[in-house]
Design a protein around this ligand. Sequence first.
Ligand code: SF4
Length: 343
Amino acid sequence: MKGANASSSNPAECTLVPRERVAALAAVAARYAVAITPAMADLIDPADPHDPIARQFTPDVRELAQQPEERCDPIGDGLFSPVEGIVHRYPDRVLLKLVNACAVYCRFCFRREMVGPGQGALSPRALGYALDYVRSRPGIWEVILTGGDPLVLSPRRLKHVAARLAAIAHVKVMRVHTRVPVVAPERVTAALVRALRTDKATFVVIHANHPRELTKEARAACARLIDAGIPMLSQSVLLRGVNDDTETLAALMRRLVECRIKPYYLHHADLAPGTAHLRTTIAEGQALMRSLHGRYSGLCQPAYVLDIPDGHGKSPIGPNYLSADGREIEDFNGRRHRYPPRG
Ligand code: SF4
């Protein structure tokens, strides 16, 4: 199996995919975008048919099988989009989707029906309307730049957007959701770091799913952001065959913390079309979270969350340690204690 061409959308050009599977995978590539960066391609062990990095980026014929519960827009972005580029689901924050392209295309992507090469960035006119929307609503405290991946844009464009957001008095926080520092760390240049810095608080939230993704280059890219005064958080997706065991998940969380990145969310995989083979059950996710609790530092504990289908927002999904009547609490060894204790 080695070596697929980085960023190729045609499996026939790829050498990460065995020759006999190429024809079958062409149908997947015709349906969903395919791309992998050199940084990620280099991490794949060609001798391992279950390689967790390959599993995230190389297409699979099972993607063509859509389950009845799967949805084209699993978290209901479209239902909460008052103007192009904006998703306004919660009272105090909005998503600003700057671009629908990414450096890689994750096989489990919740926006896989919207992202792909050539999807382009928000036009200057649409960006203007999106910023007008934010400007005219004083309740918007935080703007989350997302996409796609906003860090595929040039530093010049990012600087322009960051400066215009920073000029809105009621916007106090800008958050950037990205996979770039991990999958294309060379893009995190001094110019890009400067572009993100304004006089408002800026957080960068990286998406990483396996400890191997935090290469020396990725760690250096994150350090460039953090050293410039930009705090970092992480989000990971719980994926079958990638990180659905305690050892891998704990190693990922520890490595993130060692990079000064606070694990923020562990997402239960969304009901994106053709992704059933990558989803765990919620019970499996809760058992994994239990296995982290108490045995690994509190810094290494993300919140396990589910985006409720059809746009009802994100909710934490446990596990729960308090009994239904609120009178017993379970400790990290599974022992139950009455609360308050009997005098
Ligand atoms: S980087 Fe994010 S938006 Fe892009 S394909 Fe991966 S999950 Fe989807």
